[in-house]
Design a protein around this ligand. Structure first.
Ligand SMILES: [Zn+2]
Length: 453
């Protein structure tokens, strides 16, 4: 009997070292070597980015294979051994969890995974879902990694997805400056900007494909399909050995976390959310240069914060006027006094009000603007001393400095899940079949990229 077999892994990384994608890459390749057949590339599933207690990008990994029933125990053994080997259990913040699931994905698990993108889920709830889905849990330390491990197994990448090719460093280079030619990244970007994204920040020219810090990732290129990211990687000039290369199917760059519309009264800390309403006061600039604008719907109002790093989002927010209609997406933050704010990740203007300013009248003799003679008084021309009544004030329609449309931060301020403007209008060919031959061919080409043996 052959069956689908899914493995979910979360939280093998700590702030200092390690990386769950590396664990997944090792395990995937180990299982291939042992002759097991993958159903897909490994999945890198980003979950709700607004949960403050997660390390870095809140990513979990899952692998999907077809396995003979009698080999299931063997696969589990390999999986647990790989996770143990690549995890530093001494790190306090590391709570690795592995989930095994045989057969198809049930609806409760799918719903759990969907909620993990924008809500705060408890370990208790994860245990219930796991039990009901008959998933097997292996916790190496604490149980916190369970939510991610389970959510990644049940993720829905059919609607929209992207790929990331990740090149890993050899152990002796980890912690040193990454030796990747920035000029070659810029050149690659000019060749592949339609099929890859977030290689370079266009305003600053900053290279975005290399992370900073002591993790084993040398670089990651994100794009629309396995072939394009592989070809893009081959364009780069890299002056250090590559330990291995893996391609992940992922929900990065899809805005998957900004899919849940909520009424303002239903907002809770750390959710990712979308609200629709009207601006209920003039925007103000807070300490640090952030722009705060209050938005209300029929159930309440919430302060929305556009941070300095959000570029055009902040500039646009500063020009909002009371009663403008907006759709605001982002994460809910808890302020020290218990108040909620929405950190804006995307701002859509759907209707701009006409704003009117009252102006002093002009003198009919001299054409110059009259001055007010005081509160409740009329106006007087400074030159010819002609007087005009108070009722002669004129309404002036103000030219709004912003236009209807969608505003998102520049790529350097993107989160993993942020959908870049360059992906707008991309319609996924739903029917692209990823079969074994396809995966095998791609993986063979990856093996030739690794220069370290
Ligand atoms: Zn005059």
């Amino acid at each position: 009997m052959i069956t689908e077999f899914h493995i979910g892994i979360d939280d093998t990384d700590s702030r200092l070292a390690g990386c769950t994608t590396y664990t997944a890459a090792l395990l995937f390749q180990e299982l291939l070597t042992q002759g097991f057949k993958p159903l897909d590339f490994p999945w890198l599933v980003r979950l709700n980015p607004n949960i403050p207690w997660k390390t870095r990008g809140n990513g979990a990994l899952s692998l999907h294979f077809t396995v003979e029933e009698e080999q299931l125990e063997e696969v589990k053994k390999i999986a647990v051994a790989t996770v143990e080997r690549t995890t530093d259990l001494a790190q306090r913040a590391t709570d690795p969890a592995v989930v095994f699931l045989k057969g198809g994905i049930s609806n409760p698990l799918r719903e759990f995974s969907a909620r993990a993108l924008h809500d705060v889920l408890s370990v208790r709830e994860a245990r219930q879902i796991a039990t009901c889905a008959r998933a097997e849990m292996r916790l190496l330390k604490g149980s916190r990694g369970l939510v991610g491990a389970l959510a990644s197994v049940g993720a829905d990448l059919d609607y929209d997805h992207t790929f990331e090719i990740i090149a890993y460093r050899t152990p002796e280079n980890i912690g040193t400056t990454r030796r990747v030619s920035h000029d070659s990244v810029r050149h690659m970007d000019t060749l592949f900007h339609e099929l890859t994204f977030n290689n370079i920040d266009p305003e600053t020219g900053r290279v975005l494909i290399c992370p900073h810090g002591p993790d084993p990732v040398l670089l990651g290129i994100r794009g629309e399909d396995p072939t394009s990211v592989t070809r893009a990687l081959n364009q780069l000039e890299i002056n250090e050995p590559i330990e291995r290369v893996m391609i992940f199917k992922t929900n990065q760059g899809t805005n998957a976390h900004l899919s849940c519309h909520r009424r303002i009264e239903a907002l809770r800390p750390y959710q990712s959310t979308v609200i629709t309403g009207r601006v209920s006061g003039p925007p103000r600039i807070a300490r640090g240069g952030h722009v705060i604008f209050r938005t209300g719907d029929e159930t309440g109002a919430v302060d929305c914060a556009a941070y300095r790093a959000t570029g055009s989002v902040r500039e646009t927010a500063l020009q909002l006027a009371p009663r403008d209609s907006v759709t605001v997406s982002g994460g809910i933050c808890l302020q020290p006094l218990g108040e909620l704010t929405l950190n804006v990740e995307k701002l859509e203007l759907t209707r701009l009000v006409v704003t009117v300013r009252m102006e002093n009248p002009s003198c009919s003799n001299c054409g110059i603007r009259c001055e007010s003679m005081g509160n409740g008084q009329g106006f007087r021309c400074r030159k010819c001393k002609a007087r005009l009544p108070r009722t002669s004030r004129v309404e002036k329609i103000e030219q709004r400095k912003i236009a209807l449309g969608v505003y998102i931060p520049p790529p350097r301020a993107h989160r993993h899940l942020t959908k870049p403007a360059s992906r707008d209008g991309i319609r996924r060919p739903i029917s692209v079949e990823i079969d074994n031959a396809n995966i095998d061919r791609t993986l063979e080409s990856l093996a030739s990229i690794s220069t370290a043996s």
